[in-house]
Design a protein around this ligand. Structure first.
Ligand SMILES: [Zn+2]
Length: 149
């Protein structure tokens, strides 16, 4: 499986999100053969909806699947607790992470559950997220649930 090629689908979603002024996280769900089932992006800002993360958007767009163990969820950034919970709830077999530099996520928690986690350290994903965090720390902190005290 060419994971970089799968990541390019999620990264395109993240780039669309950046142009829309949103949190630039994109994701896509593929079957075991690499066929695209659904793609999406974080639309917290665009839709005024904090529950739309890249992963949840792609997951919903893919519709009902009878089994997730053979599916591949690709995301540009390491999943947060909310999306990690989704991965474990539905037993998604493989998670491809574009980068875990700007946000480490909970990759060990996924691995403990038997998830095959593939970390790519993609320079484009790292750059896109770093720029956003620098430009809009307020929205970023809101997104990861870090309020200012
Ligand atoms: Zn999330």
């Amino acid at each position: 499986m060419n994971y970089d090629q799968l990541l390019s689908v999620a990264r395109k979603q993240a780039e669309i999100g950046a142009k829309e002024g949103g949190v630039p996280v994109g994701a896509a769900l593929f079957d075991a053969e690499g066929k695209l089932l659904g793609e999406g992006r974080n639309r917290r800002v665009q839709e005024d909806d904090p529950s739309i993360h890249g992963e949840t958007d792609a997951f919903r767009k893919a519709g009902r699947q009878t089994n997730y163990r053979d599916k591949i969820l690709v995301t540009t950034l390491a999943p947060c607790w909310y999306c990690s919970g989704l991965i474990r709830q539905f037993n998604i077999g493989t998670v491809v992470v574009g980068e875990a530099v700007n946000f480490p996520g909970h990759l060990d928690w996924l691995r403990e559950a038997g998830v095959n986690v593939i970390e790519l350290r993609d320079p484009e994903c790292i750059k896109l997220m770093a720029q956003f965090i620098e430009q809009r720390p307020d929205i970023w902190n809101e997104d990861i649930g870090e309020c200012e005290h």
